[in-house]
Design a protein around this ligand. Structure first.
Ligand code: SLL
Length: 158
């Protein structure tokens, strides 16, 4: 459908990971003995009940090749993957929009590289927690520039 000139709408989002040191109780019989942490990587709107499903078909998380089926495809919220492991690596988070939905004339794709954090950043600034809990969360915005009437409708309804 037609694009609306001189308009752009941004949707505030958060993405990143939480991690915690694996305790003996958390281990399953299938947990490899060299795994030290459990982590969750996620992508979500800042406004928790903001519904992205009319825009987003799926979110893929590309993990390290040491994982089985490294490309994890999440079709509905919460857009997240929980795993255990021993190492930090780069996760590629990619949004796949429904057909007819895009970010506008310039940007077609939305892809983020997130460095999975298992270990605290700087012990001087952020003293390590007892349970080894780590949070690495970043803010970004989905900017829909010159949205089509359809996308404008989705973003401004309710
Ligand atoms: C490193 N370059 O050496 C990184 C690689 C790989 C992480 C980290 C276990 C996967 C599995 C896992 O944590 N891989 O056992 O399924 O630090």
């Amino acid at each position: 459908s037609k694009r609306i000139k001189y308009v752009s709408i941004s949707v505030p989002v958060l993405y990143g990971n939480h991690a915690i040191r694996l305790t003996p109780e958390m281990r399953k019989p299938t947990t490899p003995p060299d795994h030290t942490h459990q982590w969750t990587v996620f992508f979500k709107p800042v406004i928790d009940d903001f519904d992205l499903t009319p825009l987003i078909k799926k979110v893929t998380f590309k993990l390290h090749e040491t994982y089985e089926n490294p490309v994890r495809s999440i079709e509905k919220p919460p857009y997240q993957v929980t795993e255990s492991g021993w190492g930090e690596f780069e996760i590629i988070i990619k949004l796949h929009f429904h057909s007819g939905v895009d970010l506008g004339i310039n940007e077609k794709n939305f892809q983020i590289f997130h460095g999975l954090k298992l270990h605290p950043f700087n012990p001087q600034i952020q003293p390590p927690r007892e349970n080894g809990e780590v949070h690495s969360v970043l803010y970004d915005e989905l900017v829909f520039s010159e949205p089509t009437e359809k996308v404008f409708e989705i973003l401004t309804s309710k």
